[in-house]
Design a protein around this ligand. Sequence first.
Ligand code: UDP
Length: 327
Amino acid sequence: MRSLVTGGAGFIGSHLVDRLLAEGHEVVVLDDLSTGHRGNLEHLKRQDELEFHEVDVRDHDEICKHFEAVEWVFHLAALADIVPSIQKPLEYLRAGVDGTISVLEAARHAGVKKFLYAASSSCYGIPDAYPTPEDAEVRPQYPYALAKNLGEQCVMHWVQVYGLPAISLRLFNVYGPRARTTGTYGAVFGVFLAQKLAGKPFTVVGDGTQTRDFTYVIDVVEAFTSAAKSDVIGEIMNVGSSQTYSINRLVELLGGEVVHIPKRPGEPSCTFADVSKIRKLLNWKAVTRFDEGVAIMLKNIDYWRDAPVWESSNVREQTKDWFKYLA
Ligand code: UDP
């Protein structure tokens, strides 16, 4: 088996690469290293079955040659984070739409057996129902969410028009070792673990009672591989933990002081996936308990040694555009 992972040097992508190699696949990684790191694949450098190409997936002529004999494509390459997406919508939408159609076309011409797209639960915005099912209204609140959702619409269009055997997985708050720590202020785990290492207080948004469907990365990888192996095509499925946990609970598990920062506009007070569809179609469910997952991250805390340490003052500066445009 030969699989291709776009964004394979990123957080979720690199875990997927680990799993595919462990299952005996040859794996081709396409990554422009804009948000991924070579270091995420460093432990695999002696693996002959792994091929790495530093390339922007929008470069269609360049990527096509790497799809030869590929059976499964996992399209995870994208730009991450909310704030920079508000500042640079053009880049985010080009990466999300042009990048996705470039990969879709390469996959279609190569005749791949399965195409898996990493979509985002951010498409639900502030939903009416919890847990949130896949047929909830799509309400992107910022360009990152819009870009991810437009990418998903392209994938579904390729199913409809070209019969591409594709599935889209809407991922809810994925966390785990190698959770991203780029220069921008982003996902809560990277922020809190860097603060813990530096002995600084956790910057808790609002009163910390808001909850998130934190889903452990290994469970997410299992959802991707189950989807690839299944006969299911043309479906959109939520991938979540079946639970929702407060930020205060996360603080309790990590242990440390807190400082409160203002609630951001457009932020849901809860994310919580309705996972009945994926359970029914793929017989998948998350198995990692939140306290276990957090304990694994604490064991690997050194990974965040070089991550930026945020304090309430520079968070305010970083999120200025968030308040300016979304309020
Ligand atoms: N959060 C927080 N402090 C931070 C960053 C995030 O308390 O410095 C909270 C945020 O309010 C949200 C949760 O952590 O409830 C997850 O935030 P993240 O940005 O990781 O994901 P998203 O808001 O997109 O679900």
